[in-house]
Design a protein around this ligand. Structure first.
Ligand SMILES: C[S@@+](CC[C@H](N)C(=O)[O-])C[C@H]1O[C@@H](n2cnc3c(N)ncnc32)[C@H](O)[C@@H]1O
Length: 219
């Protein structure tokens, strides 16, 4: 065997080791996913879900989720009803807190169906495709639309208007570029209270509300 032939062989072996490593990693991740699914099927709801950026998922920091949840509970009052529209972290935080409110999470990502009857499948592209019985049902609505576009905001606003009681509290978390549309469609104004995420975002992100949220926000 010439020296260049044996070099080729070593290279092949090294490549195989790399491929084996990648395969092992893939199988380990698959086993983990299957284990998580089994746990969910057995009723063990996971405490966190990985962000899927293809679905524009950017989770609130713990501090922001808690501040939003406290504000929801305060404004909903006793036995109030709260809708988390494209805001699953808020739902999860609310479920860990003491209150008498009923809470629903309207979401496109079906991983959140682990929340059983509290989960309502929702696609912003079909704004009135939510259950009829939820018409004018909610005292508080928090919406965090997935995309920074007029189309997405307008359709989300249609759903919010469908779901809200006439005197409901509305909080919308989104990019500050949506200010004009947000005020025109939902009568919400930009707040100073800070919305933070687990991973920082490149776009300036704020919240809008149809009441004096800043006077009550605890951070
Ligand atoms: C910017 S994130 C808001 C999440 C929020 N910050 C939280 O921590 O709960 C946008 C949300 O919209 C959801 N989403 C993605 N595609 C959607 C669609 N077609 N219709 C409705 N919601 C969608 C994502 O799953 C994600 O939860």
């Amino acid at each position: 065997m010439s020296s260049s032939e044996s070099e080729d062989e070593i290279m092949e072996l090294e490549l195989s080791a790399e491929t084996m490593g990648a395969l092992m990693e893939y199988y380990m991740e698959q086993a983990e996913r299957e284990q998580k699914l089994r746990e969910i099927e057995e009723g063990d709801v996971p405490d966190s879900f990985e962000e899927n950026w293809n679905m524009s998922q950017f989770w609130y920091s713990e501090e922001t989720a808690r501040s939003l949840a406290e504000e929801c509970i305060r404004t909903a009052g006793n036995n109030g009803s709260i809708a988390c529209v494209s805001a699953p972290t808020l739902y999860r935080t609310l479920m860990k807190m003491e209150h008498s409110c009923s809470v629903k999470v309207l979401e496109f990502d079906t991983r959140f169906s682990v929340y059983k009857d509290d989960f309502i499948f929702y696609d912003f592209k079909d704004p009135l495709g939510v259950p009829r019985k939820l018409h004018e049902h909610f005292d508080v609505i928090v919406a965090d639309p997935p995309y920074l576009s007029d189309d997405c905001f307008t359709k989300t606003a249609i759903t919010v208007k469908f779901l809200m009681k006439p005197d409901a509290t509305i909080i919308v978390c989104t990019g500050s570029v949506m200010e004009e549309l947000a005020e025109r469609l939902l009568g919400v104004k930009k707040c100073q209270s800070e919305i933070k995420h687990e991973n920082s975002l490149s776009n300036p992100f704020v919240c809008f509300a149809n009441y004096n949220l800043d006077d009550h926000w605890k951070s």
